[in-house]
Design a binder for this molecule. Structure first.
Ligand code: AMP
Length: 589
C-alpha cells in the first residue's frame, strides 16, 4: 500500500512545541524511563503507593489544598466547586463510612452513578480504604449491571435510589457477597429496605482517615470490557498504574498544574477514570465535570465560561458537533483552548481537520484500551499530525505490527503491512489479569508481546493507522459492546430461537448494534414482535448496549461446531465478500 491518507500533514509550529511538556518526541523517547516517570509522585509517608494519596492527599500535604480540583456543573444551572482539600476531606469521610461498616481492604466497591460528586468521592475514598473500585456505566440496564457485579463479587454498591429500584433491587438477594448498598442523592419517604443513606453517613463520618498502606502491586481498579465470546471481562489494574496516568497526562494531554481540563468521558468507562479522575488530579489541574449528556451549544458554553484549556473528548461527539456546524462554534469564545484530544474509536481525518476550521486547532487522536489502562499511541502536541493516524507510541511504550500463528508471533517490519497491533509488556498501567479467567489473560500474550486484538499498520515515519478490530466486538459511540452479552439477552425472549449480533456502520456513532433473530416454531415475524423483542432487550440491557435494529432470518449461519458466524452475517448485511466459508455448516468444504 502506498500512502494511508491523501490528507495533508498538519505541521506543528516550533513555539507551540517548545512550550509543551514533550517538546521533542525523539528526545523524549530516548530519555524516557518508567522508573523515573513517577518521580513527582511521593508515595505514602512511611512507604507504599495509593492512587488517592497521589491524587489529593499529596497536594494538601504540600500546601496546595486550596486550589480548585473539581468544578461540577449540574444538569440544572447549579455548580459546585471542590478544592483539593475538600476532596481530601470528603473522600476521607467516604473511606470512614466503609470502615465503619466493616468493609475490609481488598473488597470490591461498585459504583453505578451518573457524573455526580458522590462518584468522585467514592472512587478516592475506596482507594483510601484499600478497597477496589469498579465503575459501571449509568446507562447499563439490570442485566449488564448484574453480570458485572456477580463476576466482580461486589461487596459494596454505591448508587442512587432510582437506579437501585430499576436495576438492582429485583436480583439483589441473589448476590450474597453484596453486604452494603449506599444510596447517594437523598432518599424518598418510602425508601427500600436494606440500604444505607450515603449522604447521612457522610455527614456523620470524620474528616480524618488513616489511609490504607497499599503497595504498588495491590489491586485498585476493575474495569469491565467485552470480548467476542463469553461474559464481560473484568480487567484488573493496580495502584502502580497511577505512574502511567500521571506521565501520559503530562506527555500526551500536556497537563500542567492549574490547567482547566475537561474530559467528557463517563467514569463508567476507563477513559473517564484514568483521565477523568486520576491523571488530572495527580498533576494538580482543575477538572470540569458536566453532569449532562452531549448538547453542542451547552458544550461550547462550557468551553467559553470555564475557560477550558485542555479538552479530551471522543469521535462520536466530534461528529455530532460537525453536524451542528461550524457557525455555531464561532458564536462562542473558545480562545482559552490550547489542546484538543480524542480517543475511543477511529477519528476520521475530516474530524481532525474540522477542529482546525472550527476551533483553530486540530483534534489530536490517541489510542489505548481498557487493558492498557492508559494512552499508548498518540499525536503529541509538538508532533506533526497526519490526519487519520493514531500517532506514535508513548515514550516508554514499544509497539509493533505482528502476525500471530498459534504461539508464534512474527513482527511485520515492512511499512503499511496490516497486522495485529502489539505492545511489549512492562508499562505500569498494564492490566494484571481478567477476573477468574487466567487462560483468557494468558492468551493475550505470545512471543513477548501483548496482543491488542486491533488490526493496524505503521508507516515509514512510525505513525500508526487503525484498520479494524480483529474480533467481532462492536464499538458504538465509543463503548465496547460484546455481541454475546446482547445475544444472551435476546435469547431470553420467549419467541427467540437463536440470535446473532453485529455492528453496522453508523455515520455518527461509528457502529450501531444490529441483531438477527430466528424464531421458535409457532412464532411468525411481524413488526409487533420485532418491536417487542427490541423493547425487552432495551429494558434488560439499557440504552448503552441494546440493539437499535433487528431483522428476522429463517436460520442463522453457523460453523460446523455450532457457533454463529457473525462475520458472515455482517458480510451479507453490508454486501461484502463472504470470505472463507469452509467451516460453514451446510456449505461444501
Ligand atoms: P475500550 O477498551 O472500551 O477502551 O476500547 C478499546 C478499543 O477501542 C481499542 O481496542 C480499539 O478497537 C478502539 N479504539 C480506541 N481508541 C481508538 C482510536 N484512536 N482509533 C481507533 N480505534 C480506537
Amino acid at each position: 500500500m502506498e500512502a494511508a491518507s491523501h490528507w495533508e500533514t498538519i505541521r506543528k509550529s516550533a513555539p507551540d512545541g517548545d512550550a509543551a511538556n514533550l517538546a521533542d518526541y525523539e528526545k523524549a523517547c530516548a530519555d524516557f524511563d518508567w522508573r523515573n516517570a513517577g518521580a513527582e509522585l511521593t508515595g505514602l509517608p512511611g512507604g507504599g503507593l495509593n492512587i488517592a494519596h497521589e491524587a489529593v492527599g499529596r497536594h494538601v500535604a504540600d500546601g496546595r489544598g486550596e486550589r480548585l480540583a473539581l468544578r461540577w456543573l449540574g444538569k440544572d444551572a447549579s455548580a459546585q466547586d471542590f478544592t483539593y482539600a475538600d476532596l481530601d476531606r470528603l473522600s476521607n469521610r467516604f473511606a470512614g463510612v466503609l470502615r465503619r461498616h466493616g468493609v475490609p481492604a481488598g473488597a470490591r466497591v461498585f459504583c453505578l452513578l451518573g457524573r455526580v460528586p458522590a462518584l468522585y468521592l467514592a472512587a478516592l475514598g475506596t482507594w483510601k480504604a484499600g478497597c477496589v473500585f469498579s465503575p459501571l456505566f449509568s446507562a447499563f440496564g439490570p442485566e449488564p449491571v448484574r453480570a458485572r457485579m456477580e463476576i466482580g463479587e461486589a461487596a459494596v454498591l454505591v448508587t442512587n435510589e432510582a437506579f437501585y429500584r430499576r436495576k438492582v433491587m429485583a436480583w439483589r438477594d441473589a448476590l450474597p457477597s453484596l453486604r452494603l448498598v449506599l444510596l447517594a442523592g437523598g432518599l424518598s419517604a418510602d425508601a427500600p429496605p436494606g440500604i444505607t443513606d450515603l449522604d447521612a453517613a457522610l455527614a456523620e463520618a470524620e474528616d480524618a482517615f488513616d489511609i490504607a498502606r497499599t503497595r504498588p502491586a495491590d489491586v485498585a481498579l476493575i474495569h469491565f470490557t467485552s470480548g467476542t465470546t463469553g461474559r464481560p471481562k473484568g480487567a484488573v489494574h493496580v495502584h502502580q498504574a497511577v505512574v502511567a496516568h500521571h506521565a501520559t497526562g503530562k506527555l500526551v494531554l500536556d497537563l500542567r498544574p492549574q490547567e482547566v481540563f475537561w474530559c467528557t468521558a463517563d467514569p463508567g468507562w476507563v477513559t473517564g477514570t484514568s483521565y477523568g479522575i486520576i491523571a488530572p488530579l495527580t498533576i494538580g489541574a482543575a477538572m470540569i465535570v458536566d453532569e449532562s449528556e452531549f448538547e453542542a451549544e451547552r458544550w461550547y458554553r462550557i468551553l467559553e465560561e470555564q475557560r477550558v484549556t485542555v479538552w479530551y473528548t471522543a469521535p462520536t461527539a466530534i461528529r455530532m458537533m460537525m453536524k451542528v456546524g461550524t457557525e455555531v462554534v464561532r458564536k462562542y469564545d473558545t480562545s482559552a483552548l490550547r489542546l484538543m484530544a480524542s480517543v475511543g474509536e477511529p477519528l476520521n481525518p475530516e474530524a481532525v481537520v474540522w477542529g482546525l476550521e472550527a476551533f483553530g486547532k486540530p483534534f489530536h487522536d490517541n489510542w489505548w484500551q481498557t487493558e492498557t489502562g492508559g494512552i499508548m499511541i498518540a499525536n503529541f502536541p509538538a508532533m506533526d499530525i497526519k490526519p487519520g493516524s493514531m500517532g506514535r507510541p508513548v515514550p516508554g511504550v514499544l509497539a509493533g505490527i505482528v502476525r500471530r500463528e498459534g504461539d508464534v508471533v512474527t513482527e511485520l517490519s515492512e511499512p503499511m503491512a496490516v497486522g495485529e497491533l502489539a505492545l511489549r509488556p512492562g508499562w505500569p498501567s498494564m492490566f494484571r489479569g481478567y477476573l477468574h479467567e487466567d487462560e483468557r489473560y494468558r492468551k493475550c500474550f505470545a512471543g513477548g508481546w501483548y496482543l491488542t486484538g486491533d488490526l493496524a499498520m505503521r508507516d515509514a515515519d512510525g505513525y500508526y493507522w487503525f484498520v479494524g478490530r480483529a474480533d467481532d466486538v462492536i464499538k458504538s459511540a465509543g463503548h465496547l459492546i460484546g455481541p454475546f452479552e446482547v445475544e444472551s439477552a435476546l435469547m431470553e425472549h420467549p419467541a427467540v430461537a437463536e440470535a446473532g449480533v453485529i455492528g453496522v456502520p453508523d455515520p455518527v456513532a461509528g457502529e450501531a448494534v444490529k441483531a438477527f433473530v430466528a424464531l421458535k416454531r409457532g412464532f411468525a415475524p411481524s413488526e409487533q414482535l420485532r418491536r417487542d423483542i427490541l423493547g425487552q432487550a432495551r429494558k434488560r440491557l439499557g440504552r448503552a448496549v441494546a440493539p437499535r435494529d433487528l431483522d428476522f432470518r429463517a436460520d442463522l449461519p453457523r460453523t460446523r461446531s455450532g457457533k454463529i458466524m457473525r462475520r458472515l452475517l455482517k458480510a451479507r448485511e453490508l454486501g461484502l465478500p463472504e470470505g472463507d466459508l469452509s467451516t460453514l455448516e451446510g456449505e461444501p468444504s
